[in-house]
Ligand binder design. Structure first.
Ligand code: ADP
Length: 766
């Protein structure tokens, strides 16, 4: 038995499982088969099912009549089990009627054999069935292998029926690639995803069938709608008698793109060469021109055909040929740097060109590429620039004004000769220094602020700085600065001028003015003091002479009365002079405040007229007053206004002979009030009109003058008018009379009251 078991595993004889409950029957069959097969006995259905699992027999002989479960049942169980489905089963029975046969067939039995069994017949049937099984297994295994290959391939793989283009099978990578489920994929035709025409697909099929394989490019549409370039490798495969197309698909979009990009880049490169403004000439290693661009033809004056018949050296001036290959073989080709050489055009004219040469390999051929840039124009421009720069430098260095270029840290980038002269420095010492080094400390913040302003584009500046020369001498410098671009950087260009002389003159002028003002103030102060001192004794003179005149100290004789009268009137005259001096010096000292208040200008004029009127009547002089606006109010110092009017009216009265007339007019023009005092008096000579407003000036200054006066009245008038922000004018003709006109603002800024309010007041009053 042990031996048998070994034989069972070691032998390659087919195994036959014999299932029968009758032991002698089993033994008989074993004996009948053992020369060619390995019989395996089983006496019950259950035992048989176990043995099938463990022994994997090649065929089963099954007796129909078994005690626990009959042969049909065992047959059904074995045929429904995937592990034993393909094992052929021959059913053995003592009798077979048609229904039994039908039933046996329905249970999956492969053959029947009657008892008593013919040994040879049995063996023949067994052999035949085992052969079929082996064939089937071989086929199954090959199909399995293909299936595994198909499914495990990482490549996108499709199985296509060439007759109707149906996708019969698709592996997982294919489903993932196209974006369909397996079911969706296998419901499609290859023509649903291939953008080739049906005609083209037919051609492919034919080619694949005749050559048994094929390699094609196509475009496939994915579920997303995206079209991809693909490369397909197709082989034919026979599966269960059917010739199918085993198709491996590779995405070629990226390589197609690279191909396209390469083509585009080649095209671009060709265009660059063709459109280059530089001449590009390609020569063979022997120096023959094999290609050139349009610019080369244009620059050298040949057409392309002519160029291709030339050698590179034909394009060069004789003196420059030695470095380029001619027909002499193996002549060393110069490689590299840009050199300026003289080239020759077709018409024999020469031109300077910047030339660079390189060697390169085109396939297995050595090539020389020559770039030629015509620099004639550039050379000319460089020359022009050089000479214009020279001119400019001469101009800059000969100008008397200093020119400085400062960076924004205030460092001197460049300076002209005048700067060196101004600061008593060598120019080399100046460059790179901070400008602050040459400025007095108080001027440094001004210079910094100017720099900031220029830097921030706030425009140019004109500033005055106190500077110090290298010898420590103070200088006054006026700087006019603005922003420029210097050596590709924003910078500040400053034109500087030494204004020390002017500054000193200005200082002297200011000093003189201050001194003059001080002197004038001292003079006024002196006059004020003196007038006060004079007034006290004068008071006694006038007072006592009036007492004597009135006879309070006893009666006087006629002569005494006359003399006392002289003393009194002289005293009064003197007092008038002193009062005027006092007023004037107060006004000139500038320490007199105006007492501004609002008053009716009309009423004020009337008051003055009423004082003057008796004297006018005495001289039979008509005094007319004409006002355009009798309700006008102004803001001014009323006592000063009355003094102005009083002085002008008393002058008019004084200088108008009897029976004459004086006209006073008042009118308003916008925000100014205009008052005119016009008389029919003696008039003033034209050359005196200028002077009459100056102190102590009298037109008739002779000792024998007929008119009394101090010569201070008009000076005061002018002063007071101007203190109010007004002006005074005079027109006069000898023998015809004079007209004094003065204007005052209706309101004064100092009161802060606008004109409008004044005008409103007029309305209320009227
Ligand atoms: P005075 O005290 O001499 O009048 P003013 O300064 O008032 O001093 O005048 C200066 C001079 O101007 C007068 O002396 C006179 O010669 C001349 N003057 C002023 N007003 C008149 C006038 N209305 N007609 C003619 N001359 C005048």
């Amino acid at each position: 038995m042990v031996f048998k078991m070994i034989e069972l595993y070691a032998s390659d004889k087919p195994k036959v499982l014999i299932i029968d409950d009758e032991r002698d029957q089993v033994e008989l069959l074993c004996l009948q088969l053992e020369d060619e097969y390995i019989p395996i006995p089983a006496y019950t259905g259950k035992e048989a099912i176990e043995l099938v699992k463990t022994k994997l027999p090649d065929l089963i002989l099954l007796d129909l009549m078994l005690p626990e479960c009959d042969g049909y049942e065992i047959c059904s169980i074995l045929k429904s089990n995937p592990g034993s489905r393909f094992i052929p089963i021959i059913i053995i029975s003592g009798f077979f009627e048609k229904p039994n046969k039908i039933k046996a067939t329905q249970c999956g039995a492969d053959d029947f054999i009657h008892k008593p069994i013919d040994r040879f017949e049995l063996k023949t049937r067994i052999k035949s069935l085992i052969r079929i099984k082996k064939n089937y297994e071989a086929l199954h295994e090959s199909e399995n292998r293909y299936k595994q290959l198909f499914n495990n391939s990482p490549a996108v793989t499709l199985l296509v029926d060439p007759l109707n283009y149906h996708i019969v099978d698709a592996n997982e990578p294919a489903c993932t690639y196209y974006g369909y489920t397996y079911e969706e994929m296998t419901a499609k035709k290859i023509t649903d995803i291939d953008t080739f025409s049906q005609e083209r697909n037919r051609e492919i099929s034919q080619q694949v069938f005749s050559e048994k394989k094929g390699h094609f490019y196509s475009c496939h549409k994915l579920a997303s709608g995206e079209i991809r370039h693909v490369e397909m490798y197709i082989n034919t495969i026979n599966i269960r008698g059917q010739e199918l197309l085993f198709t491996n698909v590779y995405d070629a979009t990226a390589s197609k793109k690279t191909e396209r990009e390469l083509a585009e880049s080649e095209e671009k490169f060709k265009q660059v060469v063709e459109l280059s403004i530089d001449a590009i000439v390609i020569g063979s290693s022997s120096g023959k021109i094999v290609d050139c661009n349009r610019a080369a033809c244009k620059i050298f004056g040949y057409d392309k055909e002519e160029m291709l018949g030339l050698k590179i050296v034909d394009l060069l001036h004789e003196g420059f040929r030695s470095n380029f290959p001619d027909e002499t073989p193996n002549k060393e080709i110069i490689e590299g740097k840009n050199v300026e050489i003289i080239n020759k055009r077709k018409d024999g004219t020469l031109f300077i060109a910047e030339t660079a040469t390189r060697t390169f390999k085109l396939g297995d051929k050595e090539r020389l590429i020559v770039y030629v840039r015509d620099v004639t124009e550039r050379k000319r421009a460089e020359e022009a620039l050089k000479s214009s720069e020279q001119n400019f430098r001469t101009l800059v260095n000969n100008t008397l004004d200093g020119l400085l270029i400062l960076d924004f840290e205030g460092r001197i980038l460049a300076a002209n000769a005048a700067v060196g002269k101004m600061f008593d420095l060598e120019l080399e010492e100046v460059t790179g220094m901070s400008i602050a080094k040459y400025l007095a400390p108080e001027s440094v913040p001004i210079a910094i602020q100017d720099q900031i302003n220029v830097l921030n584009d706030r425009g140019g500046y004109l500033s005055v700085y106190k500077a110090v020369s290298s010898r420590g001498e103070p200088l006054w410098i006026e700087g006019l600065g603005t922003k420029i671009i210097y050596q590709n950087q924003p910078a500040n260009i400053v034109v500087i001028r030494d204004i020390t002389v002017r500054k000193k003159a200005e200082e002297a002028l200011i000093n003189a003015k201050t001194a003059a003002e001080t002197a004038n103030r001292t003079k006024s102060e002196f006059l004020t003091n003196m007038s006060h001192e004079l007034k006290t004794p004068l008071n006694s003179i006038i007072g006592f002479s009036d007492l004597l005149k009135e006879g309070i100290a006893g009666s006087l004789n006629e002569k005494q009365s006359r003399y006392v009268q002289f003393i009194s009137s002289s005293g009064k005259n003197l007092l008038e002079i002193i009062n005027d001096i006092l007023d004037l010096s107060k006004a000139e000292a500038g320490n007199e405040d105006l007492n501004i208040e609002e008053f009716s200008i009309n009423e004020s004029i009337n008051k003055v007229i009423s004082i003057i009127l008796p004297q006018a009547q005495e001289k039979n002089i008509k005094l007319n007053y004409n006002s355009e606006n009798r309700t006008l109010w102004i803001a001014a110092d009323e006592s000063k206004f009355q003094q102005i009017m009083g002085n002008l009216l008393s002058n008019a009265l004084k200088f108008t002979p009897a029976d004459g007339s004086i006209n006073v007019t008042l009118k308003q023009e916008r925000d100014r009030v205009i008052i005119t005092v016009k008389d029919t008096g003696i008039g003033i000579a034209e050359d005196s009109l200028e002077k009459i407003f100056k102190p102590f000036i009298q037109v008739d200054s002779s000792l024998s003058r007929t008119f009394e006066g101090t010569g201070l009245g008009l000076t005061l008038v002018k002063k007071y008018v101007e203190m109010h922000g007004g002006n005074i004018y005079v027109e006069s003709k000898i023998g015809e009379g004079s007209s004094f006109r003065f204007e005052l603002p209706v309101t004064r800024q100092r009161t802060g009251e606008p004109v409008l309010k004044v005008l409103e007041k007029q309305k209320v009053d009227s």
